[in-house]
Design a protein around this ligand. Structure first.
Ligand SMILES: CC(C)(COP(=O)(O)OP(=O)(O)OC[C@H]1O[C@@H](n2cnc3c(N)ncnc32)[C@H](O)[C@@H]1OP(=O)(O)O)[C@@H](O)C(=O)NCCC(=O)NCCS
Length: 142
């Protein structure tokens, strides 16, 4: 992801997380100020159709956000994007983790398919009493 991608990413973000999307500035901050961030877009015919954010700190990778354009969900793009970043991260990281809402069945399905397991609960992670399930996967076996 580059700063040029941010407006399109932000459009997808707002539609994907209507009750609590990131701000435009949050994306610019991640790209320009956060030395631990690794952000990716997925393109189809040169159009941004999805994105994924991650933080990589020493040997741990954390997914901060992932979304695919609503019109293009269910075609395997989300899985492909996450698989790509898992491969990217496994050169330096042993583990990857993420948070997901209990009711987000599509996302949980993708994560489970890619080998993520449930590791615990973060109480009130999303505010208004909504907890997050923490999921993690080992990227390497050594
Ligand atoms: C999560 C997300 C990125 C997945 O992207 P995607 O391109 O639709 O993912 P894929 O097409 O690779 O896979 C979706 C899978 O979920 C399954 N699925 C969809 N709705 C489902 C539901 N309600 N319950 C269970 N599984 C569901 C699909 O059948 C598919 O599985 P399959 O390939 O085994 O058939 C996308 O749904 C999204 O952008 N959601 C909004 C943002 C979001 O919630 N991000 C995650 C935050 S943790």
């Amino acid at each position: 992801m580059t700063v040029q991608d941010v407006p399109t990413v932000f459009e997808i973000e707002q539609k994907s997380f209507p009750s609590g999307s990131w701000t435009l500035d949050a994306f610019y901050h991640e790209l320009e100020k956060n030395e631990f961030s690794h952000y990716f877009v997925m393109t189809l015919d040169d159009r941004v159709i999805g994105y994924l954010g991650s933080w990589i700190v020493i040997d741990q990778a954390q997914i901060t956000t992932i979304a695919i354009d609503e019109a293009l969900r269910g075609f395997g793009y989300g899985q492909l994007l996450l698989e790509y970043v898992m491969n990217y991260a496994q050169t330096t990281c042993e583990m990857m983790s993420l948070e997901v809402r209990e009711e987000n069945m599509a996302a949980r399905h993708v994560y489970e398919k890619l080998g993520f397991s449930y590791g615990g609960l973060r109480k009130d992670y999303y505010g208004a009493g909504q907890d997050a399930k923490v999921m993690w996967v080992r990227l390497r076996n050594e």
